[in-house]
Design a binder for this molecule. Structure first.
Ligand SMILES: [Zn+2]
Length: 523
């Protein structure tokens, strides 16, 4: 087999990603993200735009030391009617302490007429002068060909003249941008095969936006047509619908297409970690369905799938999850056969050895089906499943008993909860206020437990979901509460409670959450 060429990865999370409508990175965030990108093994990290805002100035004034990645500063060509040597913006860029500079220029005649009101000759001079000035100062120039594909579609000769000018002036990389994100994969392939007649693929890059959901597909089409640099962001962060998602692209390039992207097997396992890191930093819920890295990317629910996967995972998995740092997940639901339950039990450390256990498993499967008919859903509540399983097959210590609770809710006032519990033989009562009845109840319960179990102080309720389940014939409407808890080490677990009463359903989920945490401590 011929050796596949090296593809260079260029991350734009800190510049294009920072333009996502809900995102605002601090200098500290930028440093942490850069370190993670370096750990993963990205070639180029676009740090931002020095001279454009105080955050980027501060970031560039003290860049973190990296092992592998190199920083790139982003900016514009010189302005019209200024010399490249005297242009303040271009100088701020050239004087920033990085070796590679990426400057953006216009490739669409429509923009010259309507936005800049300059002639084609002036545009080409702005580009060639700026790149010549960068190379004169012994730095690497990259040219960001803004709106290249839209420009090419309306006036191909014009667009090609722009990038040829940049290439001849000494740009190491010409990055073809689908700035508006409206180009489709077959157009990318066709246009790039024309471009490579003028500029070699080893000097071409691709920068795609996801406005038709094709940013990843377009980037792959570009690489297959010959480009050698891919720009994108972690988790596809970026303006509007986002940029090409490097987290999906990297494993596809390596595992499916056999390209060398400068990331070895060991570092490829950092993918899940890197993706989760960014969501956590943004305080954003993780996308459980994300390709390769989502919690459900290798989850099996249907009984038939599970028994096949147990025999050979290839039956329903396109790659081995471990390669990208993910793991197989066996879901429990009313569609579960015994095989799901047995696989899940193995995961939580319960091995089945003798006949007695096998009959107990049947009881557990029946119990799950019965509870799911009442409204429980164990596929998304792993901690509640573990408690249920251990109760039927092994044992779960009884950490406390509830005697009673009461919640007072008066309009315009904080909710107040009173709870009475028994730990061993000792009765404890506590009262707490909270923002809503569940919060008050959670606080009161934890207060009552804290003397005996001080570690519960570190447990936080991080997500709370309520669903009213519509009744089927002969049943009443019930409420399903699902809560996610986490501790100081970043462990997360999900529990569930179902009842006709929302506070009662919440209490059941809280009870499981606390039991799970204490159970973990005692192992
Ligand atoms: Zn962009």
């Amino acid at each position: 087999m011929t050796k596949k060429p090296r593809i260079y990865l260029y991350d734009s999370t800190l510049r294009d990603g920072a333009q996502t409508s809900t995102v605002n990175f601090s200098v500290r965030d930028k440093i942490e993200i850069a370190r993670k990108l370096d750990e993963l093994g990205i070639d180029y990290i676009e740090g931002g735009w020095p001279g454009a805002n105080p955050t980027d100035d501060e970031f560039f004034s003290d860049l973190p030391q990296l092992k592998k990645s190199q920083f790139v500063a982003f900016g514009m060509t010189r302005r019209n009617n200024a010399s490249a040597a005297n242009d303040a913006g271009l100088n701020a860029l050239i004087n920033s302490n990085v070796e590679s500079l990426c400057i953006v220029g216009k490739c669409w005649d429509f923009h010259l007429e309507h936005a800049l009101q300059i002639s084609e000759k002036e545009n080409l001079e702005m580009i060639s002068d700026s790149i010549a000035q960068i190379t004169k100062k012994k730095k690497n120039a990259m040219f960001d060909a803004e709106h290249f594909f839209d420009g090419y579609k309306t006036n191909p000769k014009f667009a090609l003249r722009v990038i040829e000018t940049a290439y001849k002036a000494g740009a190491r990389w010409i990055v073809l941008c689908d700035t508006n994100g409206g180009t489709l994969p077959q157009e990318i392939s066709a246009i790039i095969s024309e471009v490579t007649k003028k500029i070699p693929g080893e000097n071409l890059g691709i920068h795609c936006h996801n406005d038709t959901g094709n940013a990843v597909a377009n980037s792959i089409a570009a690489v297959l047509a010959g480009v050698r640099q891919i720009q994108g962001t972690i988790n596809g962060l970026g303006e509007r619908c986002g940029n090409a998602n490097l987290i999906s692209l990297i494993p596809t390039l390596v595992l499916k297409l056999g390209f060398n992207v400068g990331i070895d097997e060991k570092h490829l396992k950092n993918l899940v970690k890197t993706s989760n890191f960014l969501d956590d930093l943004l305080n954003k819920e993780r996308d459980k369905f994300a390709p390769y890295v989502g919690k459900y990317a290798f989850a099996h629910k249907g009984g038939l799938h599970v028994s096949a996967v147990a025999k050979n995972a290839k039956c329903y998995e396109h790659i081995e999850p471990e390669k990208v740092g993910n793991k197989r997940e066996i879901m429990i639901s009313d569609q579960s056969g015994r095989s799901n339950v047995i696989e899940r039990l193995k995961e939580i450390g319960i091995e089945l050895r003798d006949e007695v256990k096998v009959s107990q498993v049947s009881n557990l499967v029946n119990k799950i089906k019965e509870l799911e008919a009442q409204g429980y859903a164990y596929d998304a509540a792993d901690a509640s499943f573990e408690i249920l399983a251990k109760k039927s097959l092994a044992s779960v210590p009884n950490f406390f008993d509830l005697i009673s609770f009461r919640v007072l809710d008066e309009q315009g006032k904080p909710s107040e909860a009173t709870i009475k519990i028994k730990i061993a033989d000792k009765v404890t009562m506590s009262v707490a206020e909270g923002n809503g009845p569940v919060n008050a109840l959670d606080r009161a319960l934890r207060k009552a437990l804290s003397r005996k179990y001080p570690s519960l102080k570190n447990v936080k309720l991080t997500d709370y979901k309520v669903r009213i389940l519509t009744p089927s014939a002969g049943t009443k409407a019930v409420t399903r509460v699902q809560i996610e808890s986490s501790d100081e080490k970043g462990n997360k677990w999900t529990t569930i409670g179902v009842s006709e009463n929302i506070v009662d359903a919440s209490f059941r989920a809280l009870h499981d959450s606390i039991t799970y945490r204490l159970m973990r401590e005692t192992v």
